[in-house]
Each structure stands twice: as structure tokens, then as C-alpha cells.
Design a protein around this ligand. Structure first.
Ligand code: TRP
Length: 331
């Protein structure tokens, strides 16, 4: 029943900027699938952002514009693909509500990301009901488009699993075949998806160790200049330890002759300054098309793209909801 070329994915609007970890871990894969001819639905999950930042709801909304801009800068073509905001297609809320009626609590309490987020929020007092329902909303996001597959990073696997379980449960309860199981489309090159932060911790806004897709050339050069390298390598001739050096890790991802560069680093034949300089050149070149596409886009352009996306997404969503109401005899 699912249109066989349709795929859907999304990112929350918790931050105004996407970083290169988001790009390598997910977005790059979306662009590739778009180029392979899949019908891609790219969603800004602005309601999902509220599960953790409900006090900052205006920011979750404003960030959506910037995230959509980053999608397009990264190579999502809004003519071929559908770029939209979750909150613009109200059917997400309706399907979420109906799924919440048929989802056993135990399934949700077992989701590992729920336990993590619960701890992040510090105690149960402030923990909203919406956080528990997060995977149910994500399931509605996905099944509303009856997609062939969902391209995401490996961290999303538990959510995708629950989604297919809810779809199967719906089919069983209402003796229908509205929902077909979708595939998890996790990037094959998972090494690439693991971009470390500039300090070798996980790349994250809260650590202030990110390179953003929207960073200026100067900002990128400065960040690389200050990036973490082998602490015991004070002189060029000191041996480096590339496994623990952020600059070397980035070279491995982006430099065609990283093996030679690593060997020289270990042998004390190259200094960190040289590696930083070479990395800066390579990375600026790699991100140049994104900067150019971003510069050509105004906020109004993005608003128009999102309005058009809401219409196109809404068409599929309303068809699915008709099938759902029919199956439930809720007419
Ligand atoms: N939970 C996803 C994340 O944190 C974002 C998301 C929301 C999503 N709805 C989705 C991803 C639907 C894929 C499909 O990255």
C-alpha cells in the first residue's frame, strides 16, 4: 500500500544551527537518497522540540526556519523533495492521539532514549507527559506518509522499532493493511557518521565544540586553530597520537591522503600547525557549496518553501487519515 519510493525523516528544532555531525550522521544520506530518485519528505520536528524546551517555545518555532535553511543549504532540493514543518500539518496531532490510545505504556517506558532524557531533565517533577509520548508522535510522523523507508542515524533505531510495532498493532486491531512495515535506512558508512567534537568529546552544542554548516570561513579557521591535538606533542618532532587528536580525526574523514598525514604525525615529521592549515583548506572547500546555497536564500524564501511543503505533505497526510478513520469505523 505504501508508495514505494517515498521516504521520510526529520530533525528537531532544538537548536538554530545544524553541525557537521548532523550532516554526516543523517543529512548527507538524505541528499544521497534524493539524488537516487527517492521521494524525500524532510520534516522539521518542531513539536518534538517542545518535549524538552517547552519553556522556550518561541525559539523552537524560530529555529525551524534556520533548520529548513540548513536542509536546503546541505543539498535538499525543495522542488524535488518536500521540506515542511511538523506543526504545519495538523494530521500529525490527530494520528498521534489515535496511536496513543493503542500503545501499551510498557512499550514506551522501555525506550532507552526516554530513560536518558528523563535523567537529563533531573527528576520526575518537571518531566512532561509529552516526553513519554515522544516515540508515539514520531510514529505518527512516519506512518502518516506510509513510507518505504526512514533514513536516520543508528541512535533512532529504538524509535523506528516501536513505530513498526504500533503500525502492526493498528493493522491487527482494526483488521486492515493500511500500514506496511518501513525499512530503517541507516547510513552504510557509519564511521563517517561518528564525527567527534573539536575537543574529542561528542559533538554537541552544549560542549561548544561544533562546526556549524552556517559558520563563516573565519569562524571555521579559528575553531580548527584552537582544536584539540595530542597534548604531549609540543614540537613538530614529538610523536603524535592521531587516534586521540581531533585534527587527525577530521583529516581521516575529509583528507584523501590522511594515511600519509597520520604517518608523518606519528613519526614527528609534521607539526600540528601544518595539519590544522591543511584541514582548514579542505573543510572550507567541502562546505563551500553549502555556504553559497545558504547565502542565496532569504527567510522569506524559506517561509514560501515551508508553506509549499505543508501543502504537499498535507495531501498525503489527509489521504492516510481517511484510511485510518475508515479502518477504525470512525466516520
Ligand atoms: N527523533 C528524531 C531525532 O531526534 C527526530 C524525528 C522526529 C524523526 N520525527 C521523526 C526522525 C520521524 C525520523 C522520522 O533525530
Amino acid at each position: 500500500m505504501s508508495s514505494n519510493k517515498r521516504i521520510l525523516s526529520g530533525m528537531r528544532s532544538t537548536n538554530p544551527q545544524l553541525h557537521i555531525g548532523n550532516y554526516e550522521g543523517a543529512l548527507r544520506n538524505w541528499v544521497q537518497l534524493q539524488e537516487e530518485g527517492y521521494e524525500l519528505f524532510c520534516m522539521v520536528a518542531d513539536w518534538h522540540a517542545l518535549t524538552t524546551m517547552y519553556e522556550d517555545s518561541g525559539a523552537a518555532s524560530d529555529n525551524s526556519i534556520e533548520i529548513a535553511k540548513d536542509f536546503i543549504a546541505a543539498g535538499i532540493d525543495p522542488k524535488r523533495s518536500v521540506v515542511f514543518r511538523q506543526s504545519h500539518v495538523k494530521e500529525h496531532a490527530e494520528l498521534y492521539l489515535l496511536f496513543s490510545m493503542i500503545t501499551p505504556l510498557g512499550w514506551l517506558e522501555r525506550v532507552p532514549t526516554y530513560k536518558e532524557k528523563q535523567q537529563d531533565m533531573g527528576g520526575t517533577e518537571r518531566e512532561p507527559y509529552g516526553l513519554l509520548g515522544y516515540p508515539v508522535l514520531q510514529t505518527a510522523d512516519i506512518l502518516l506518509y506510509r513510507p518505504l523507508g526512514v533514513p536516520v542515524g543508528r541512535d533512532q533505531a529504538p524509535h523506528l522499532e516501536i513505530g513498526n510495532d504500533i503500525g502492526a498493532r493498528f493493522n491487527r486491531l482494526y483488521k486492515t493493511e493500511v500500514f506496511t512495515p518501513y525499512k530503517y535506512m541507516i547510513p552504510e558508512d557509519e564511521n563517517r557518521a561518528k564525527v567527534p567534537g573539536l575537543d574529542m568529546r561528542k559533538m554537541s552544542k552544549s560542549y561548544d565544540n561544533c562546526i556549524y554548516l552556517s559558520d563563516t570561513e573565519d569562524a571555521i579557521a579559528l575553531k580548527i586553530k584552537n582544536a584539540f591535538t595530542t597534548p604531549t606533542k609540543l614540537r613538530k618532532t614529538d610523536p603524535g597520537v592521531p587516534e586521540g587528536c581531533a585534527v587527525c580525526q577530521f583529516l581521516r574523514l575529509y583528507s584523501p591522503n590522511w594515511e600519509q598525514q597520520w604517518a608523518e604525525d606519528v613519526a614527528g615529521e609534521r607539526g600540528c600547525m601544518q595539519s590544522k592549515k591543511e584541514l582548514t583548506e579542505i573543510l572550507l572547500e567541502y562546505l563551500r557549496p553549502m555556504r553559497e546555497r545558504r547565502a542565496a536564500l532569504s527567510d522569506d524564501d524559506v517561509r514560501d518553501i515551508l508553506a509549499d511543503g505543508a501543502l504537499r505533505a498535507g495531501e498525503v497526510a489527509s489521504q492516510t487519515m481517511e484510511m485510518v478513520r475508515e479502518a477504525m469505523k470512525f466516520r
